[in-house]
Design a protein around this ligand. Structure first.
Ligand code: PMP
Length: 437
């Protein structure tokens, strides 16, 4: 225990300086720039199992897991083997391959909630296409999204809440036309009145309601089943579609994701992350009736040069095959629950103002003593200062979490009891440092 010195970041700093000449902010995705935590971003050299090594040779137990895809950990031998075999035959053909059938079959035969699927190359694309499908099917333009849910960076979804309770959204990025934001209604999570008001005001104009399976991009905002059911009921009653964005929760909460978790049948489901085993894959799925609308069968256009890429399909097949083994999710979820509980007990015993939230193998540290955190407004932005210190102390003790207090952590099958014990001790010590004053 006691104070730890900062890890060496010489090489990372050197790479970062170079990267700033090439990329805006020195990165190819904003959160990687470490803007909300201390120090320069770590440049990663290698991953294996639950471990990461950076360019300076620091070793970490990784709880970011590439933001979710790596449910089996890094460099899993079965994924590596299938990918290597596949890439020896060529990287891309832009023509159908049997590998697409293989991945689709693995998914559709084991998922009661979708009948047909279309592969794309990212979560953003999956959601963007799902929205288009919903609009194409209903002939309506408006969508409802929730404050605190992230659905990728397409125009329709880079919209934040306006000033009133139920208003049109305001763009949350420069470059998104106001006219687009006008088609997106943003309401708070866990608020039935706001939902009912939105439907009362815009009834026949609402194509779809979109929600993350479990909102996990702005802290972990666990919703009650009854609320999710109310989304199903109100959309059905109004001829609108319900979209579950399961880019994080798909194959994470269980093989059938949040749909099975709530036992609610959405109209469209989007996937990403885990489905590609670490390669760029996204997907959207729905009933045969709905999917008939997608080109070339129907009039809703959607395409991709690298869609269904063989190497990416291979990684997905290898990963999802492992997830089908018996008790996979039971073991992973139990392990995570015990991990989160132990930390929560420690924090409680010490009277630290921190809540360890957990669902399946997802966890989140909320620096608050609020019992229920269900809406974005339940999070105090000032609490992020605690996370900054926590993050630095954890890195100094060999634990890697996402570089923002709003990001959740993931436990993978590669995190063994021994490493979780080590991580727990490091987390206890780091919490001691956070609350020292
Ligand atoms: N939807 C959700 C729920 C996500 O978490 C993300 C990414 N974090 C996306 C969509 C966008 O996916 P991608 O980054 O692959 O475009």
């Amino acid at each position: 225990a006691g104070k730890k010195g900062d890890i060496s970041r010489e090489k990372s700093a050197e790479f970062y300086e170079k990267a700033k000449n090439y990329f805006p902010g020195g990165v190819n995705s904003p959160v990687r720039a470490f803007k909300s935590v201390y120090g320069t971003p770590l440049f990663i050299e290698r991953g294996d199992g639950c471990f990461l090594w950076d360019a300076d040779g620091n070793q970490f137990i990784d709880f970011c897991c590439s933001w979710g895809p790596l449910i089996l950990g890094h460099n899993h031998p079965k994924i590596r083997e299938k990918v290597t075999k596949t890439l020896a035959k060529g990287l891309s053909f832009g023509a159908p391959t049997a590998l697409e059938n293989e991945l689709a079959e693995l998914i559709l035969k084991n998922n009661r909630y979708i009948e047909k699927i279309r592969f794309v190359s990212s979560g953003t694309e999956a959601v963007m296409s799902a929205i288009r499908l919903a609009r194409g099917y209903t002939g309506r333009d408006k969508i409802i999204k929730f404050e605190g849910c992230y659905h990728g960076h397409s125009d329709a979804l880079l919209v934040k809440a306006g000033s009133g309770l139920v208003t049109f959204g305001e763009t949350s990025s420069a470059g998104v036309p106001k006219a687009f934001a006008d088609e997106t209604i943003v309401i708070p999570l866990n608020d039935k009145t706001a939902l009912e008001t939105a439907f009362a005001n815009f009834k026949e104009q609402i194509a779809a309601v979109i929600i993350e399976g479990i909102p996990s991009n702005n802290g972990l905002l666990i919703q009650e089943s009854a609320y999710i059911q109310s989304l199903r009921d109100i959309t059905k009653a109004n001829g609108s579609l319900l979209i579950f964005d399961e880019v994080i929760t798909g194959f994470r909460l269980g093989f059938e994701g949040a749909a099975a978790h709530y036992d609610v049948q959405p109209d469209i489901i989007t996937y990403g992350k885990i489905i590609g085993g670490g390669m760029p894959v996204g997907a959207y799925g729905a009933s045969t009736e709905l999917m008939r609308l997608i080109s070339p069968d129907g009039g809703v256009y959607q395409a991709g040069t690298l869609s269904g890429n063989p190497v990416a399909m291979a990684a997905g097949i290898a990963q999802l095959t492992e997830l089908r083994t018996s008790n996979f999710y039971k073991n992973l979820n139990t392990k995570t629950e015990e991990f989160a509980d132990a930390i929560q007990r420690y924090a409680k015993a010490k009277n630290y103002r921190v809540n360890v939230l957990n669902v399946g193998s997802i966890f989140w540290f909320a620096f608050t003593d609020k019992a229920h955190i269900r809406a974005a407004s339940d999070i105090d932005p000032a609490s992020m200062e605690y996370y900054k210190t926590f993050h630095r102390e954890l890195l100094n003790r060999g634990i890697y979490l996402g570089p923002s207090g709003y990001e959740v952590g993931f436990v993978s099958a590669a995190h063994s009891k021994i490493e979780l014990e080590k991580a727990k001790r490091a987390i206890f010590e780091s919490l001691d440092e956070v609350f020292r004053h």
